[in-house]
Ligand binder design. Structure first.
Ligand SMILES: *Cc1c(COP(=O)(O)O)cnc(C)c1O
Length: 368
């Protein structure tokens, strides 16, 4: 039995092998391994592609969030509001600054932070909000930005899963003070190792972020402050530079795959991913819901189909946050999703045949 993989990074490599191999060889030929011309070129290209004035590259998407918060002036004891339903990078970076992550439940229609529940969590210690465009669909940015402006809070958009997603015709990353990006290999724009970036329109913020990420100074030997070491390497920058022009096409391919799943799964007892009006989803993940999620996952596995649960435990209920003693009633939607959600195989190169195999297997399970 051939496996339907959850993702297929090698298929993407083979589709652009010559370009990638040439880019890697060019970096090696110039020994431009850390920072250097390939990194500078990618920062320029990425800023342009995301319609931002500045791009500060860094080692990974987690560091991007950490660096952005530092440059926005976070202090120990501050509180930062974020979603209960995300990958832990979003909240662990808050704690790493000595600040407190304050979780808000999701809107079950989009799995993103529910703006109607934000204000009740704001205290005199709140300094910012980190919405996450989870799975590839934008959070509800109009009310989030309205609250942030009125309450004088900064906003960092966690765009790790949402390259090229839009909200009311505008690209994600263009709403907040800063937007953070991951180029982890499996992301919609993926490197061949860890890589990340932050975009912003604020020149001074960009300068402070670059300085902090590069040992406190962008000029060698001049350390204005103490910083950290979080740099993009030349090989990853060159690889990302090759992939960036293909991103729009790959995003369309993910959307077509999602449309096929939507159509083929429509008559089954599964909930296909809803998309809110005015938002264009980029399907980093195609997440369905089913009453008997674990039964469905085992059935698919037996049929040779790989699935993943993103994420099996909502952030407030992780052992890492046991100190807050959160209860399910505080985050009912995030809690309910833990046992309902299942991510199906999706990637730009997925074939019609692979999609049909997944849908047929789900159909057999649903009909019992
Ligand atoms: C992947 C991801 C990150 C972190 O990115 P890394 O590059 O793996 O550090 C942050 N937030 C979300 C929502 C992610 O999916």
């Amino acid at each position: 039995m051939t496996i339907v993989p959850f993702a297929d990074l090698h298929a993407q490599y083979l589709s652009i092998k010559d370009e990638i191999d040439e880019a890697i060889a060019a970096v090696i030929a110039r020994s431009a391994f850390v920072r250097g011309p390939f990194v500078e070129k990618f920062e320029e290209d990425y800023a342009k592609a995301m319609e931002a004035a500045h791009c500060v590259s860094c080692a990974d998407g987690t560091a991007a969030i950490y660096i952005a918060m530092h440059a926005l002036g976070i202090r120990p004891g501050d509180e930062v509001i974020t979603t209960a339903h995300s990958w832990i990078s979003t909240s662990e970076t808050i704690s790493q600054h000595g600040a407190v992550p304050v979780f808000v439940d999701i809107d079950p229609e989009t799995y993103t932070i529910d703006p109607a529940r934000i204000e009740e969590k704001i205290t005199e210690r709140t300094v910012g909000i980190i919405p996450v465009h989870i799975y590839g669909q934008s959070a509800d940015m109009t009310p989030i930005m309205e609250i942030a402006r009125r309450r004088n809070l900064w906003v960092i958009e966690d765009c790790a899963q949402a390259h090229l997603a839009t909200y009311q015709g505008k690209k994600v990353g263009r709403f907040g003070d800063a937007a953070t990006w991951s180029f982890y290999p499996g992301k919609n724009l993926g490197a061949m190792g860890d890589a990340g970036a932050i975009t912003t329109d604020d020149a001074d913020l960009a300068r402070r972020m670059a300085r902090f990420a590069r040992h406190g100074g962008v000029i060698k030997g001049v350390h204005e402050i103490e910083g950290i070491n979080s740099r993009l390497d030349g090989l990853q920058a060159a690889i990302l530079g090759v992939k960036l022009p293909h991103l729009a096409r790959w995003t369309q391919a993910r959307r077509s795959a999602a449309r096929r799943y939507d159509a083929l799964l429509a008559s089954n007892a599964v909930r296909t991913p809803p998309v809110a009006a005015g938002r264009e989803h980029v399907y980093h993940l195609y997440v369905i819901e089913h009453e008997d999620r674990d039964g469905l996952a085992s059935h698919l596995k037996a049929d040779g189909i790989q699935t993943v649960i993103n994420y099996p435990t909502a952030l407030p209920f992780l052992p890492a946050y046991a100190r807050f003693d959160h209860h399910p009633e505080q985050f009912p939607h995030s809690y309910a999703m833990q046992s309902r959600i299942l991510s199906l195989p999706i990637f730009a190169e997925i074939s019609e045949e692979q999609i049909e195999r997944v849908a047929t297997s789900i159909g057999r399970f649903c009909r019992g």
